[in-house]
Write a protein that binds this ligand. Sequence first.
Ligand code: MG
Length: 445
Amino acid sequence: MNRRNALSMLAAGAGASILNNSIGQNDAIAQRYQVANPHNEKLKITKVKAIHTYPNGTGFGIVKVETNEPGLYGLGCATGIRRYKTLTAAIDEYLAPLLKGKDPDNIEDIWQTTNLGTYWRNGPILNTALAGVDQALWDIKAKRANMPAYQLFGGKSRFAVDTYGHASGRDFEELKDSIQSFQDRGFRHIRMQLGIYGAPHLSKGDPDFKRAGFGRKTDTVMEIRPYMKIIPKMFEFARSEFGDEPEFLHDIHELLPPIEAINLVKELEQYRPFFIEDPFAPEDNGYFKMLREQTSCAIAMGELFNNPHEWVNLITERLIDFIRIHISQIGGITPALKVARLAEWFNVRTAWHGPGNTSPVGHAGNAHIDLSVWNFGIQEQTDFKEETLEVFPGTPTIENGYMHINEAPGFGIDINEELAAKYPLPEEPWYRPTVRRPDGTVVRP
Ligand code: MG
């Protein structure tokens, strides 16, 4: 039965013959309930394309889905700068022909058919490409409803989105200034790191592997003991300087052997961190039970997750407190809403990944879900530079530590394509610097 017939049956009441249906009846219903474009037979996806831009030294990937309704299009985040040419091919050469002519309203169907369309699924590149399309379709649907996207997710559960800022310094004094700058701006939640992840600056001189000519020049070192000794001291320092009120966070970034991560988290419990992030790599998920038995310190996990097998048990067995999924990495808004709803039943809170290499479109997506789901926990935020804000008008704003979205229909964010084109991504491939032990052994991640 097609859509017209279904609507006509509804109009005629139970038992009425579908032969009596007419488009006129449908139009009468549409008029009564003020349904715009009731048959939706002509709305179609006409174009799907990847847009990459590099406004202030950070690359962003966006999917634009256009329709045959003049001016109606959607935007989604599909940022994966280290393999962006692969993403561009996935979007422009595979998803675009697959989706052309489809009804953009059927988001779930498009998500399922695209996800299953390769048979081998749940990988980072194809998930990210699909996420761009998925968010763009929610953007289109919300624009058609003339509502901000969060209204489609259930409306507001809070007035704004509480966030945490990234404080860091190579030593305690630098860190103190950095924490102070966030406090001065009204942040209540502050993540503390010493230098870059793993604090390689704590090592004295060049690591042994570099002196031996092993690895590449850009590789960094992670030494277990110096890192494990300094992090409890960092918390002690922060508590002595700033008192008990601020909520402090720390990201282990999966750099420790699992048993040492357990030892460190146990030691940090006395400083009451808001959460400790990524104590293990996803490959070591099996250690969470052991961690839970040892400490009640709040744990956040998940920014590298791709596959439901990675998060379902952690949530349903109550092994984590915050789910930190990178929304584009799991395929977009549609699966993220499902994760949030699953987590609600287990009182696991959301803390979506929101770093500087998620596009402003992705941050807007995070924020619209944050506003609506009951089990929102906290949102990682980024201060974008002026050039980025010019490319992406409507980027969420931060005030007093809270993220605010605008109330424009959709995700309330746009892209200035002409300006975006002035910041092309570099041609050469981007490689993440490898982290190694002093003997050269590669460390996750
Ligand atoms: Mg992290």
